[in-house]
Design a protein around this ligand. Structure first.
Ligand code: C2E
Ligand code: CA
Ligand code: CA
Length: 612
């Protein structure tokens, strides 16, 4: 940039240039400009015409706005000193030239071209453009074009007012936006991504979280660009960006790295399962095709993931390693994601195959229910049971629920699985009723994900009426997490179930962080004290206090209490003294298959008859 040198020379020439310009301007203006006498304020009418011309020409000379006057063909006749200043050039370099031909560092060629085009098309108005300089700074340029008519009412000149473009920045907010967001997709750009990553690294160090960095590239994007053109390519990038953005949850960030690459910042990761679930849901964004200009494009993506702190301590290392993982994903046939760490890839593969197996498990009848007795403290008798699902995996053996329930929840398969559990449990309790134990009640776990299903109530009531089970013998165990969802819908569902006679228990009570007010607002019958509190209630004062507090809350609200995880006689005594109603635990029985449970019933197992 040369502005300093030029402006010094402008200053030395200033006086001479000003007087010759004034002369020329006076002549030009007096010859051609229409001076609308009638519109002039009254005091101007006492001034001689000649003085008025001098006054007007001085006004133009001293205007802080850069002014160009051209003839009707667009040839420059006059430029004022402000133009000389912002355009970094003397009048003799531009006067006599066509607007379209001038090149100055102060005003962009793009703006001249726009003005020229408007003049050619006889359109006179305000135009504004935004220019990003090589330094990255963004400026706004604007011009207003005015047509001047002569005495005969015919076009004679154009006056172009240029804003002081070189120095004037866009509004702070707009600059901030353009400096941090990608102009094609309006997603955060690399700069903003790096800022956020730095911030999250600081937080993660403090809170011992992990951060996932997922670099995503559209597969074979170059081919699309080459065959269908860059415009289609741009539209595809916009649509892909939009989809990825819509799929995001707070506080995740998606940014565009440039070209066909996006990068996702996934902070607050606590487990491998969490990051792999997120990776799956990102990849699922490409399951559906994109429609661009009525053309259907099946686009897939590959993704490479690095994790803080394992794969790098700073953004440079994390990005480098995510990039290495992305290359590996592309080399391994595309449309996949890869972790930078080999061990995680092995885990991801294992999970993927488990997910595939899970999809087939229902059809293959691989699930079964175990039942754990619930015993009344006072009578010592079995009053009901909790149905607990197991998966008889063809190769891995009998899997406990924590090996597959979270996966079933993430993939949505829990809805079908939950339905199966409910139907099987209802059929089973009916059989036990018919076998001479008509007062037993069945407790079934309901996942929060099932609560989001619009058909939940219908499906539960449908099962009751199909099997012929009186809903009074069904208890649904839900966790506090459902009270953090849509309270209105939750309330409606609970009221419906309550009206039909189904009872509701809060499972793992005390482990969530929800407010206790829901206990009053909703029809809840039972609080289940989580086994983590029961197990330590004799050795840890805090746990003992929690158990006793939960018990008094339940008593005050006239609710039932079931304690779970009772393994020792001393725990049993402690809970009995607090006034708990029921318990379940290994002390009495582990969860068992229905055949074994039937034996317990037939043999009359009770607290007084422990070895029956
Ligand atoms: P939960 O509902 O809290 O179930 C109680 C868990 O505690 C069961 O584990 C049970 O075997 C275990 N347990 C019972 N008594 C004792 C004891 O004295 N000591 C110890 N150490 N553990 C005891 P399980 O069967 O592995 O189930 C784990 C979790 O899986 C359940 O926790 C429940 O959240 C979930 N789950 C099980 N079946 C289903 C189902 O059908 N649907 C849904 N959504 N979740 C289920
Ligand atoms: Ca439960
Ligand atoms: Ca529990």
């Amino acid at each position: 940039m040369r502005p300093k040198k030029v402006s010094t020379s402008v200053r030395t020439h200033k006086k001479k240039a000003a007087s010759s310009r004034a002369k020329k301007a006076t002549n030009t203006i007096s010859r051609n400009l229409l001076l609308p006498d009638k519109l002039l304020p009254a005091f101007f009418q006492n001034i001689q015409q000649e003085d008025l011309v001098i006054l007007f020409s001085r006004t133009i000379e001293q205007s802080p706005i850069a002014i160009i006057i051209t003839d009707k063909s667009g040839s420059i006749e006059y430029v004022n000193p402000s133009f000389v200043k912002i355009g970094n050039c003397l009048p003799n370099r531009v006067v006599g030239k066509k607007l379209i031909d001038i090149r100055q560092s102060g005003v962009s060629a793009e703006l001249y071209a726009k003005i020229w085009k408007l003049i050619q098309n006889h359109r006179f108005r305000q135009i504004e453009i935004k220019i990003q300089k090589q330094t990255g700074k963004i400026f706004q340029e604007s011009a207003r074009i005015q047509l001047v008519l002569n005495h005969h009412g015919l076009p004679s000149h154009f006056i172009i007012f240029l804003e002081n473009t070189a120095g004037r920045k866009l509004s702070e907010a707009l600059i901030e936006h353009m400096e941090h967001y990608d102009s094609l997709t309006d997603l955060p750009n690399r700069r903003l991504f790096n800022q956020r990553l730095l911030q999250h690294i600081r937080d993660a160090k403090q809170h011992k979280h992990k951060i996932g960095i997922a670099l995503l590239g559209l597969d074979r994007f170059k081919k699309i660009n080459n065959t269908l053109g860059h415009e289609t390519g741009d539209l595809l990038i916009q649509q892909a960006g939009k989809r990825l953005h819509q799929n995001l949850n707070q506080p995740d960030t998606i940014a565009r790295m440039g070209g066909d690459e996006f990068i996702l910042l996934l902070p607050n990761i606590n487990s491998f399962r969490e990051i792999s679930a997120k990776a799956n849901s990102i990849m699922a964004c490409f399951a559906k095709s994109f429609t661009i200009d009525k053309r259907e494009l099946h686009i897939k993506a590959s993704m490479g993931i690095s994790l803080f702190p394992e794969d790098g301590q700073n953004s440079l290392a994390l990005l480098k390693n995510a990039n290495a993982a992305l290359n590996e994903a592309k080399q391994s046939g595309r449309n996949v994601f890869k972790f930078y760490t080999a061990k995680l890839n092995a885990l991801a593969t294992e999970q993927l195959s488990l997910e595939n197996d899970l999809r087939r498990a229902l059809e293959n009848n691989e699930f079964l229910l175990f039942y754990q007795p619930q015993v009344n403290f006072k009578t010592g008798n079995i009053v009901g049971m909790e149905a607990l699902v197991r998966w008889q995996h063809p190769h891995l053996g009998l899997l406990p629920p924590d090996k597959f329930i979270p996966l079933a929840e993430e993939t949505g398969m829990i809805v079908a699985l939950g339905h199966w559990v409910l139907r099987t449990a209802c059929q089973q309790i009916l059989l036990w009723h018919q076998a001479g134990f008509p007062h037993l009640r069945m407790s079934v776990n309901l996942s929060a994900r099932q609560f989001q299903e619009p058909e939940l109530v219908e499906s539960i009531l449908g099962i009751c009426s199909e099997t012929g089970l009186d809903p009074r013998f069904l208890e649904l165990e839900i966790t506090e997490s459902i009270f953090t969802k849509d309270i209105h819908i939750t309330n409606m569902i609970l009221q419906w179930l309550h009206k039909k006679g189904i009872t509701i228990a809060i499972d793992d009570f005390g482990t969530g962080y929800s407010s206790l007010t829901y206990l009053k607002r909703f029809p809840i019958n039972t609080l289940k004290i989580d086994k983590s509190f029961v197990q330590d209630c004799l050795i840890n004062q805090d746990d003992a206090a929690i158990v006793s507090t939960i018990t008094s809350i339940a008593h005050n609200l006239k609710m039932h209490i079931t304690a779970e995880g009772v393994e020792q006689q001393a725990q049993l005594n402690f809970l009995r003294n607090l006034g708990c109603h029921n318990f379940q635990g290994f002390l009495f029985s582990k969860p068992v298959p229905y055949t074994d449970f039937t034996i317990l019933l037939v043999e009359g197992r009770s607290l007084d008859n422990p070895t029956a």
